[in-house]
Design a protein around this ligand. Structure first.
Ligand SMILES: [Zn+2]
Length: 387
C-alpha cells in the first residue's frame, strides 16, 4: 500500500483536493482518496499535482521509425509526399522503433491509446498488453470504385490478426469516397465501433471541396489519379461529409486546425457523442499553426489530446501537447487541459470504468506533474509516472 500526496490531487471526476492523498495497492489500484495527510504515516509527499494516467487518442505507432525524417513547416501536402516516399524501412528496425515508442509513452505517463493502423506492423507489440490500445484500422480510397477493395482489405487485416479492441475508420473526408464512408459507418454501427478521421488539417482541404483546387488536387495527381472525377461540393470539407455521420456513433474528429466555431457548434448539436482530438505539436510541426483553442473552450466541446506519430512530432507526450497549447493560449486552465488529456479520452474509448479519473477501485495510472506556477502547468513542467 502506498500513500501519495502532492500540492493538489486532480481526481478529474471531482474537484481538485489541496494536499490530498491517493492510496494505492501494489497493483496501483486506488484504495482510497483522502482530503488530508492528518494522522497518516509513511506518506510520499511531492511538489506538484497528481492526476490520472494520460489517454492519447491519436497516434500512428507504426510510423515510429520516421522520427526526424520529414521536414517541418512545409504544409500537409508536402508532408504526405515526403512521408509516403520515405516510409519503407527494414522490418526489424520498424519493430524496434515501435517498441521504443511504446516505452517512451509509458515513461511519459500515457496509459491508453487510440492508434491508427494501415498495416499489421504494430499488432505484435499491442498483443503484449503493456498499454490499453484501441486500434483504428484506417482505410483510403479517393474514388467510389475503390471502396469495396479498401473495405475488404480492412476486414482481412481484422480476420488475420488478434486485436482486442478495434474499429474500421476512413482516413479523411477527401481521401475516402462517400461509398467507403457509408460502408465504414455501417460496420461501426453493427460492431459498436468508434469513428475517427483526420479533419480539416489544412486550408487545402476546404479549397478542394469548395473550389476543386489547391494542393490536394496536386497530391491526388502525385498519387497517379486522374482528378477529373472530383466534383467540388461548394461546402467545407466537414460539411461535405456531415450527412454521412450517424448520430449515435461515437465520433472522433482529429486535428481540426482550421475548423470554424460554427462547424464546431453545429456538429456538437448533430451528434450524440462528438469528440475533437487536438494534436497541437503535430499541427505545429506540419503547418506551423494550431487550432483556435478558445473556440473549443467557450463551446464546452469534448476535447481529447493526441500526439500523432513520431513522423510529425518531436516526442510522444500528452504533457508536451498541453504545454504547446499553454504556450499559444496561456490562459487555458490546467484543470481543462487535464480533463482533455485523461477523462475525455477514456470516455471516447469506452474505458472510463477503469481509466481517466482518480476514484476508488479504478486503476487509471498515477502521474505527478511538477514545476507548476500558482498551481498551473508551465513550459518547464515535467511528468513522472508514480504508479
Ligand atoms: Zn494522424
Amino acid at each position: 500500500m502506498r500513500k501519495i500526496s502532492a500540492d493538489y490531487i486532480y481526481p478529474i471526476s471531482s474537484s481538485p483536493i489541496k494536499n490530498g492523498v491517493v492510496v494505492i495497492d501494489e497493483n496501483s489500484k486506488i484504495v482510497d482518496l483522502l482530503s488530508s495527510t492528518d494522522g497518516l504515516e509513511d506518506v510520499e509527499i511531492y511538489d506538484g499535482l497528481i492526476c490520472p494516467g494520460f489517454v492519447n487518442t491519436h497516434c500512428h505507432l507504426e510510423l515510429s521509425h520516421m522520427k526526424g525524417i520529414v521536414s517541418e513547416g512545409r504544409g500537409l501536402v508536402e508532408f504526405i509526399k515526403e512521408l509516403m516516399s520515405q516510409r519503407e524501412a527494414d522490418p526489424d528496425f520498424i519493430q524496434q522503433c515501435i517498441a521504443d515508442a511504446e516505452t517512451e509513452m509509458i515513461t511519459n505517463g500515457i496509459v491508453a491509446i487510440g492508434d491508427i493502423s494501415n498495416s499489421s506492423d504494430t499488432f505484435a507489440q499491442k498483443a503484449k498488453n503493456n498499454l490499453y490500445y484501441h486500434t483504428f484500422i484506417e482505410l483510403y480510397g479517393f474514388m467510389d470504385e475503390q471502396a469495396a477493395e479498401s473495405f475488404d482489405n480492412g476486414l482481412k487485416l481484422i480476420a488475420e490478426n488478434k486485436l482486442s479492441n478495434y474499429s474500421l475508420v476512413p482516413h479523411s473526408p477527401y481521401s475516402a469516397s462517400r461509398q467507403l464512408w457509408k460502408k465504414v459507418c455501417k460496420w461501426n454501427i453493427e460492431n459498436n465501433g468508434i469513428i475517427s478521421f483526420h479533419n480539416e488539417e489544412t486550408e487545402d482541404e476546404n479549397r478542394l471541396f469548395l473550389e476543386g483546387k489547391g494542393g490536394l488536387i496536386d497530391l491526388m495527381q502525385w498519387f497517379g489519379l486522374d482528378t477529373s472525377f472530383w466534383t467540388p461540393t461548394g461546402k467545407t470539407s466537414l460539411n461535405s461529409i456531415k450527412d454521412l455521420l450517424p448520430k449515435e456513433l461515437k465520433t472522433l474528429l482529429v486535428h481540426n486546425t482550421i475548423t470554424s466555431s460554427d462547424e464546431l457548434l453545429s456538429l456538437n448539436l448533430k451528434l450524440d457523442s462528438p469528440y475533437w482530438c487536438l494534436c497541437p505539436n503535430a499541427n505545429w510541426y506540419i503547418e506551423r499553426r494550431i487550432p483556435n483553442i478558445d473556440d473549443f473552450i467557450t463551446s464546452n466541446t469534448k476535447v481529447t489530446l493526441g500526439t500523432d506519430s513520431l513522423s510529425s512530432n518531436w516526442g510522444l507526450s500528452i504533457l508536451s501537447e498541453m504545454k504547446r497549447i499553454y504556450k499559444h493560449y496561456p490562459k487555458t486552465p490546467t484543470a481543462t487541459l487535464l480533463k482533455w488529456g485523461t477523462q475525455n479520452g477514456a470516455k471516447l474509448l469506452g474505458i472510463d470504468n477503469a481509466y481517466g479519473s482518480l476514484a476508488k477501485d479504478k486503476s487509471p495510472g498515477i502521474n505527478l506533474i511538477s514545476s507548476l506556477k500558482a498551481g498551473e502547468i508551465t513550459d518547464s513542467s515535467e511528468v513522472v509516472k508514480l504508479g
